[in-house]
Design a protein around this ligand. Structure first.
Ligand code: FE2
Length: 187
């Protein structure tokens, strides 16, 4: 039996994604200015909000090709509002996605763009099937630990950030008395 070398990808403590073809981008807290209710303090503006490391599907891609990535969402709050990703719809709403909690604790916020909004708890080992009709955002509710979440999605799904930038999610998550509290969005 020929044993093939595991290609391109590995998890290594502390669950950094390493291997061939890893791409990464970073969002600074100031890049999330439109996401938070409160003003971002100057002292936090240049700090990292989150990093996304991913491995694109091998080329040439085809209809069923999949990407894999990990989001590392760092712990901080803005006027009590927990750290979050921008969140997005898929450009093609008929493409679903898997999220898997790797480390840290938080929430996956899901919204259909209308009246249906709900969250799932994210923790090491949690598995989340995201129907492509829902916009999705990660929220880190731990004061110290990074929330790391793996994701697998079709290359044709695409990212629609513009709709969320324009509409925002309908709820926000604040730390009040050391507990997460959900508040309807006013801004
Ligand atoms: Fe997605």
């Amino acid at each position: 039996m020929k044993i093939r070398k595991t290609p391109s990808i590995s998890f290594q403590l502390p669950f950094d994604l390493s291997g061939d073809h890893v791409e990464a981008y970073v969002k600074k807290i100031s890049d999330l200015d439109a996401s938070y209710e409160g003003e971002i303090p100057d002292i936090l503006a240049d700090k990292m909000a989150y990093r996304v490391a991913s491995i694109p599907a091998p080329t040439p891609t085809y209809e069923g090709s999949l990407n894999f990535g990990i989001t590392y969402l760092y712990p901080y709050t803005i006027n009590g509002e927990y750290s979050m990703t921008r969140g997005h719809f898929h450009q093609n709403r008929s493409f679903d996605e898997y999220y898997v909690g790797i480390s840290g604790i938080g929430f996956l916020l899901l919204w259909d763009g209308q009246d249906e909004v709900f969250v799932e708890s994210v923790y090491p080992g949690s598995v989340h099937y995201i129907n492509g009709k829902y916009a999705h955002r990660l929220i880190n509710i731990d004061a110290k630990e990074t929330l790391a979440v793996g994701a697998c999605w079709n290359t044709l799904a695409g990212h629609d950030y513009e709709t969320i930038n324009r509409l925002g999610f309908p709820v926000r998550c604040f730390e009040i008395n050391q507990k997460p509290v959900w508040i309807n969005r006013t801004k």
